[in-house]
Design a protein around this ligand. Structure first.
Ligand code: DGY
Length: 377
């Protein structure tokens, strides 16, 4: 008996409708839940769409307040995990509601892998070379520094919300205080750590077509996600290093259109470097490694110095000192991340998809190898 869960907030209703219909129409699915981050117009519209879907019943309901961080996606997933554990579903699929190429093949791939005895199946998928910039610049490097030699830094999409969990994994997650408290964007990081740390058979299922979703204008759109994901990965430091083995589908050719996709607006994003500096932020920036270079951004955009090596030092400092909820730290950490993303975008990303992704993968190996210099973060 399998359940599909879609957490949602403000979404393109046509996309949500198609995703609900695909899930409800699948022969392995008993029930579909759409868990809303609000109880306003979007939820009513999704309820209307859900009532017209044929196949398995679709329930639409608001998320509960479960955690102690900003009420966000984490509350939605934790609401679903708790209820699913109570009902006792054998398998629970979780998918972001905004995937524009979601279809039965996602469910088939996960179910068939679970049939082979895997308790946790995470979907991995190619993304544009300038997409996934939190994954590449924060989450995977920080996991490499904190958990070198484990599967954590090697997972394709540690922030990906697409997976299948067996009932055993769902029960354990619903009872894990570190997962339940993480009500914000940090939930994906906590689920990644917790599912790997369980030590249950684990598989990465490859979606060759990639995960298609709406991309960004200015990267300001994902500012909150940047700082919450930074805090989440920071909170994992000192936890036991998992020993789970990574098993995954072999790589597949990358779709040509994905290779050409530009994920964000360079000009509008570059403008963010110089705006909104306060005296308090300048004072804090003065305590950073390479402070004089960072502070040049008060006058004009300046980011070329933030290569992988320099970023390793900067990220190490952020992992030591960043404070979520402190507006000065949040502004500075976001600005530093922008500098690193722009340094990469205007250098290696220009070399084309294959070279860019090979470079990004090499940075993760570099951070893993350098973990000894960074200390035991
Ligand atoms: C990531 O970095 O993976 C986030 O989804 C933002 O693109």
């Amino acid at each position: 008996m399998s359940l599909v869960v879609f957490p949602f907030k403000e979404e393109d209703l046509a996309v949500v409708g198609s995703n609900l219909a695909n899930a409800a129409g699948h022969s392995r699915i008993e029930e579909v839940w759409a868990v809303s981050a609000g109880d306003g117009d979007t939820m009513e519209a999704v309820e209307r769409i859900a009532s017209e879907v044929s196949g398995a019943p679709v329930r639409v309901f608001p998320q509960e307040r479960m955690g102690r961080f900003r009420p966000g996606k984490g509350d939605g997933l934790n609401t679903a995990l708790r209820l699913a554990a109570e009902v006792g579903f054998d398998r629970v699929h979780i998918y972001d509601a905004d995937i524009t190429n979601f279809g039965p093949d996602w469910i088939d791939g996960a179910e068939e892998t679970a049939d082979r005895g895997y308790y946790i199946v995470r979907h991995r998928f190619p993304r544009a070379a300038t997409d996934a910039m939190i994954t590449w610049m924060v989450t995977r490097p920080a996991l490499a520094i904190s958990f070198p030699g484990t599967i954590l830094p090697r997972l394709g999409q540690p922030l990906g919300g697409e997976m299948l969990l067996t009932g055993e994994a769902v029960r354990r997650l619903a009872a894990d205080p570190r997962v339940v408290e993480r009500s914000d964007w940090g939930i994906d990081t906590m689920l990644t750590y917790a599912t790997v740390a369980m030590g249950l058979p684990f598989w990465e299922h490859h979606i060759a077509d990639g995960k298609r979703h709406a991309l960004y204008g200015s990267l300001d759109e994902i500012r909150v996600m940047v700082v919450e994901c930074l805090d989440a990965v920071r909170s994992l430091r000192g936890l036991p290093a998992p020993t789970t083995t990574l098993r995954s589908d072999p790589p597949a050719p990358i779709p040509e259109d994905l290779k050409r996709t530009v994920a964000y607006d360079l000009e509008r994003t570059t403008a963010l470097l110089t705006t909104g500096w306060t005296a308090a932020e300048a004072e804090l920036a003065a305590t950073l490694p390479m402070a004089d270079l960072v502070m040049r951004n008060r006058e004009r955009p300046f980011y070329e110095f933030l290569d992988a090596e320099t970023w390793g030092v900067m990220l190490g400092d952020l992992l030591d000192r960043f404070v979520l909820g402190d507006p000065v730290w949040e502004s500075l950490a976001f600005r530093l991340w922008l500098m690193r993303v722009l340094a990469y975008t205007t250098d290696q990303a220009r070399l084309g998809y294959d070279a860019a992704i090979a470079y990004l993968e090499s940075t993760i190996r570099y951070y893993e190898a350098g973990a000894d210099h960074h200390g035991s973060r």
